[in-house]
Design a protein. Structure first.
Lengths: 112, 479, 479, 479, 112, 112
């Protein structure tokens, strides 16, 4: 199994979720994060005070999926999250060694 | 550690202050009861000789014995005191609190609250007496220290009102004026927000209220004040209906000095919650009717006119700032329209008893433009870090308003003609008043700040500043 | 991009507006000073001939020269103006702001603030004169444009009060009525929250205030208004003590039109902060005493009664809504009880000078039930997206209240008998008033919306709507 | 599930209550119209015989027919009612709401709102009549049930004021006193916050208002009350200007009983948002001027003095608490200074009409120290979980204030001498008053709580408590 | 070493933490997240507006533990977090290649 | 590639970010978390209520980097985040199997 972790623009969340459910993903976990990257944020100069908004609000999505599904998942996320503008975000894939569903104790793929 | 030490220093000193107060209180009790008997015989002694003169506030000098307050005027002034207090708590606290970072909002709002408490205690002790009782043209006397004598004959159902407020009890006038002293001090604190020690703040503000606010208030509003336009013996007759110079130029100037002395913030960021700022600006607006219309010290035509021009100038300034900002930065902001409204309130304050609706409109437009520039171009030009723009909004706005009062004053409204009625001299008078307040304020404020800095230090250590004053100084955070 | 363009369009137009204002202002100055000398000679001329008639507000026609305001009535009206302003700022701003999503709260509260500024400027220019000065039964005259003449003789310490408010200065009456015009316009904005362009909002509301609010206010409250129950020449005598039709049916109807024209929101969600909504509802409740008891335009028995029924109907409606919701949905919500209280305030508004405590209780129960249905069943039935239920609460609540005023009016309280005293005709009068307001409002509001839509477009682009109006339109966010 | 069931139980019961109310309402209508004709003939009958006596509030017994209210006094009392309501909504709601965990803030603020509605309805039905109309020394009569007769002759432009408030309409006095009944009940709720069922809360508070608040208010303030210092026939003359015993000792004691009966919270945590608490404390401060100065029931010298001592005691107590806390815990907190200010308001309440400025200062210092200890050392000593310290602040602060009233009362201010003027007996009177209120309150409150616990259960299931009352009981959360 | 990441119901946090400390876990990191899964949220229809609350508040716990402890940790979490109702959450296990304690520079197991 | 995840004290964020950019890291993702560990938090006893503040606010930084950069990154973080006092936090390193830049579809190192 793998964990696919994607950093996307906040207002894309609903579209990405729909794309994922449409390919049969049953669940996912979302975290509000702040991102720093090429998309350099803007410098506000308000009321004389100049400050750089270097961290931009982003959404992190974590999905545990069966290994063979990974490419479909990456495709779905890329498709839905892409605006073509800088700051669209990243997708990272890790290896998931074990998964357990707390309610039932089921493990591995059955737990997803 | 530094922090710990300094706090301890501060709190011990403060504890001392309060104990002093307690002691004095007891003292004054004795005093008041000592004098009670003394006063008693006087009455009957006088009685047989001749009936005491009837109350006549218009006579010169006014006869103010045995006056029964006007219930309508008193009702309005009681209300005004309450809503002017609301301007500071929670109004100003939130206006300021919303503009700082989340890690400092608690310290910022608590600053307004603690200042309210501190200034009130000093007022009871002696600052009311120093500011509003007759004495010299520069400072009042101490005959109302501990407010003694202020309530001397309630039981007879009559009062001896203050000549400045002939139709209401002096208690109400004193409390009304206290709310002005409170907000003036609280305004200053916006300039050094997010970096001054809480203990240093209390010492600075307390000393400033005694050595800067009290004399300046006496100059302009004291019965024998050197700038009091109703004092025939005044050196220069300055029009300041509700505090353009006393409150705004004064607080703004002190704020600038404090910002310079305490230095720039290590890190800055956008306003953390503009909704709080909007609540604050709204309550300032609402309460300001007590501030300006209340300064008529009666519920009549002048109060009505003051309320009218106050509202119109505020609305105009808020709208103007929004438009200017929209043109200059491409977006109208919540902070912007709120700042504009406050700028309008500031600018109309000295004018509110003297100008008419269209004069108010012009003052509003001017305030919106001048203060926008004061918070952006002007400030960048000099590069000081006045965190919440006390100087840009209050000093510049107050000065603009005071000058324009000399321009738009209409004699049939407030008794004095302005430039538009051909009296150019009034503009000069206004300028002199502003200048004197500015100079005195700069000098004395710097001295006070220096002393506090040397004794306990003005600024928090940088790790405290990074972590946020809420957690470091107060052990609290907003979740 | 679309956004950028439209903003520019909007702001340029707005800048134009304000400049126009400035120009006019100067103009009016000339005017007022031109007339000043003209007026002056008149006085002495009149003096020798015959003493001016004494002030007598009860005479028909009332003699309103040289009236000295009643300080108690004036005190209450000054207070009322302040707390009715508080209903909008921060009251309504927060009531609405708490119910939108967090990404739109800034735009929502700023809408109330900007509307307050805009309506006030228009009021100064001409809407006050159009609404409250004599003219035709359908619209007032322009003799108070720029409020000229309103302050003509402060210096003599006397006023020429408005016949509608004989015991207070006209300035106070004008500002008091302004706060009604403000909140009516601000209420409308709840229906199109979270999706209308800020610039379009300003244009729509400004035009609506001129072409819809002013005439309707004149119909019902203007001295020669076609529905004014105190105008003997009125076509139909409609009872509307504090604005059931003028304020609530009017704003609710306009809101519905706006919701239909701007269309449904792309995405919706639960209220982001019911604590803000509760603060707002609370301040609406508190301020509403100025709204209803203030509509007695005096501090006497009628004001006391109005305050009583206002409070009782509100408490009853809030409690009723909570119970209904508890039964229907299994849980009592903060949003629910707050909405219920507001529904009660709305429904008692037209009745507050005419009914008694138990009548108020019945109106409260009715308001709780009717408005709950208006925000749920009724709304689902028609499927429009009135974001914050301006129609469900204000139009339906206002109409219900106006009709029940005709039912529960007691002649010994307000001078007019209602159905329970056998006067069925009054219910019909009320219905006619509601109907006319509704029809006129629908037609003119739709025309205005259409124009604004064509010229600059009503709605933000969908990416802006998704991202949130705060960041996209104002560059701010609540942290 | 448990939850579901209990809610259902509660809401059914509540629905029943409101229906009962509706029925009664109709009944009372009949009543009032039945009596109307009866009354009518009486008038003319009397007329020819002899002109009705002129209004003379000072006569014994006072003649209160055909009195025209004093517009100034009425203006102030209308204002006072509005700002005292603001103390509860949103004042107290926020003061409490900020101190609970974020998961319970909605339930906490809604509790204040729902109590306001409930108490108002009961007031209309009979609690006003029970508390403030003549009857026995222990409880009033029912002649004002449904407020019948309270508005009997508006149309004649004259009122029959309550002997307790001779210069204002009885409607205003009734609404003013209602706001006291509301906040007293709302204060109680702080003790059992974060764990009591919403339905149980409504039943408990409703019954408590009827069986505890009404009689105690009658004892101290009823025209023939057993402790009323203005009632010559009183058993013991207790000085309680604005409610030290009736409001604070009373609510604090009831709160303690509730905290003991409902038990400790499963988990506790720091205040989630001290900014909300500061807003609340600020509005309590502002509104309290209506509470104390309003208790003069007129806009004159006594009101002015009450406002003065109220403000000074509050500022002193807030500052004192801050200093004490700074010394004891090393940091001054926002919650601390706010609690101190409230403690000062509580302690000065009974004294506000009787003491002078320096007396207020001493009471403030005492309040700051006593209540700090009441919320820390004292509370730990007994180990009860009074969530928001209703007992520590209100019962202890109220008792301290009531006793110190007996110490610092000055006859020339309030007509009664205190210990400092040699009248030791007054301190004893105060103690008797406190004691009787405490004992009666403890007994009856425990009985009510027991009944509610048996019938529907006082406490939420523990999973609800863990999850938070907002989501579980109201389906809402603050984002 | 492994990282055990668990998604649980918020009000279970205290119990889970106690369970973990009782088996000797010295530290953990907690994140507030939003979860989407079988537990299908509810559709609110309030004031006419109908909206689906599809993301439910959850708590994410991350614990770095020595490999041989993993099963004990999973057991402890499952035991404490289980209500038996849908939405109890998941446990995911990853391989942790290296750990450093910033304060001391200690690495690997010593860093935990 | 690796993912370096660091838990640090909040007020150290800016310094750490600067340290990382100075060694050429192009982006990172930040999450506000709560930490439980040796730094035992304090027990507040206020207004009689005694409660343990066992979870302390921390900041979690996630940086995806090329394998050979890992040590430099760890060094930079340790250097900037260290105060020497308990609670400074941890650094955890995982293996990152794949990375995608949503905007361009670039993968692996090119995506960072
Ligand atoms: N090396 C990295 N490690 C972790 N997160 C990263 C990294 N680089 C970028 N991100 C995340 O991806 C977001 C978008 O990256 P950015 O460089 O701004 O635009 P783009 O993805 O189009 O190149 C950043 O805000 C940050 O949250
Ligand atoms: N495939 C997944 N990847 C990541 N997180 C998931 C996944 N499936 C479920 N979750 C998380 O676990 C939580 C509970 O899952 P859910 O399916 O609702 O109930 P259960 O765990 O009882 O099957 C979800 O809210 C989500 O946060
Ligand atoms: N085993 C662990 N797994 C995950 N996070 C941990 C672990 N141990 C500590 N942490 C995180 O590191 C932070 C600091 O750890 P702590 O033990 O308090 O101090 P130190 O890092 O100096 O030993 C904790 O607050 C927690 O967020």
């Amino acid at each position: 199994m793998k964990i696919v972790m994607a950093i996307i623009k906040p207002f894309k969340l609903d579209e990405v979720r729909d794309a994922l459910t449409s390919i049969g993903v049953q669940g996912l976990t979302v975290t509000e994060v702040k991102g720093y990257g090429r998309q350099k944020g803007h410098t506000e100069i308000y009321r004389g005070a100049e400050y750089a908004v270097s961290f931009l609000p982003k959404i992190k999505i974590e999905v545990a999926v069966d290994t063979k599904q990974v490419d479909k998942v990456i495709g779905a996320i890329t498709g839905a999250a892409k605006t073509g503008q800088i700051g669209d975000g990243k997708i990272f894939v890790f290896n998931l060694e074990n998964a357990v569903r707390i309610r039932t104790g089921e493990t591995d793929a059955a737990a997803l | 550690m530094t922090l710990k030490k300094s706090s301890r220093a501060g709190l011990l000193a403060l504890a001392f202050g309060i104990l002093l107060g307690l002691f004095l209180s007891v003292a004054s009790f004795d005093a008041s009861y000592a004098q009670a008997p003394a006063a008693a015989p006087a009455e009957p002694a006088a009685a047989p000789a001749a009936p005491p003169p009837a109350c006549d506030a218009t006579a010169k000098p006014p006869v103010l014995e045995k006056c029964t307050p006007n219930s309508g005027d008193t009702a309005w002034m009681l209300t005004s005191m309450a809503i002017v207090l609301m301007m500071t708590l929670p109004g100003l606290a939130l206006f300021y609190g919303g503009m700082v970072r989340k890690k400092n909002v608690g310290d910022t709002v608590m600053t307004s609250f603690a200042i309210t408490c501190l200034i009130s205690i000093l007022w009871l002790f002696f600052t009311y007496s120093l500011a509003f009782r007759g004495g010299t043209p520069f400072i009042g006397g101490l005959d109302r220290a501990f407010l003694q004598g202020i309530l001397s004959d309630i039981s007879k159902g009559i009062g001896n009102p203050n000549p400045l407020a002939p139709t209401i009890p002096e208690t109400v006038y004193s409390m009304f004026q206290l709310t002005f002293a409170i907000i003036t001090a609280a305004l200053v604190a916006g300039s050094f927000a997010e970096r001054m020690k809480f203990s240093a703040m209390l010492w600075f503000i307390g000393l400033w209220a005694i050595f800067v606010y009290s004399p300046i208030a006496h100059w302009v509003w004291g019965p024998d004040g050197v700038f009091n336009s109703t004092n025939d013996a005044a050196w220069v007759k300055v029009l300041d209906f509700a505090g353009g110079t006393v409150v705004h130029v004064n607080s703004g100037t002190a704020g600038l000095m404090a910002a310079l002395m305490v230095g720039k913030r290590k890190d800055t960021g956008p306003a953390h919650n503009m909704v709080l700022t909007l609540i604050g600006a709204s309550l300032l607006w609402v309460g300001w009717f007590g501030f300006n219309a209340g300064s008529a010290v009666s519920a009549g035509i002048q109060a009505g006119m003051a309320m009218t021009v106050t509202h119109l100038a505020t609305a105009t300034a808020g709208f103007t700032w929004m438009i200017v900002e929209w043109i200059m930065r491409g977006k109208p902001t919540v902070i912007g329209i709120c700042s504009g409204a406050v700028a309008g309130l500031v600018a109309i304050t000295p004018a509110s008893g003297f100008v008419g609706p269209m004069g108010a409109f012009c003052i509003g437009v001017a305030a919106g433009i001048v203060c926008y520039w004061g918070c952006t171009g002007f400030k960048r030009m000099f590069g000081y870090d006045d965190a919440l723009d006390v100087f840009g909004v209050h000093a510049l706005g107050g000065a603009a308003g005071a000058l324009l009062t000399g321009v738009f004053a209409v004699s049939e409204y407030g008794g004095t003609a302005g430039l538009i009625e051909g009296n150019a001299g009034q503009v000069l008078n206004q300028a002199i008043g502003i200048g004197c307040v500015f100079v005195y304020d700069v000098v004395v404020t710097l001295i006070i700040l220096k002393i506090v800095d040397v004794v306990i230090g003005l600024r928090v250590p940088s790790e405290v500043e990074r972590e946020g004053l809420d957690l470091a100084l107060h052990g609290e955070t907003v979740q």
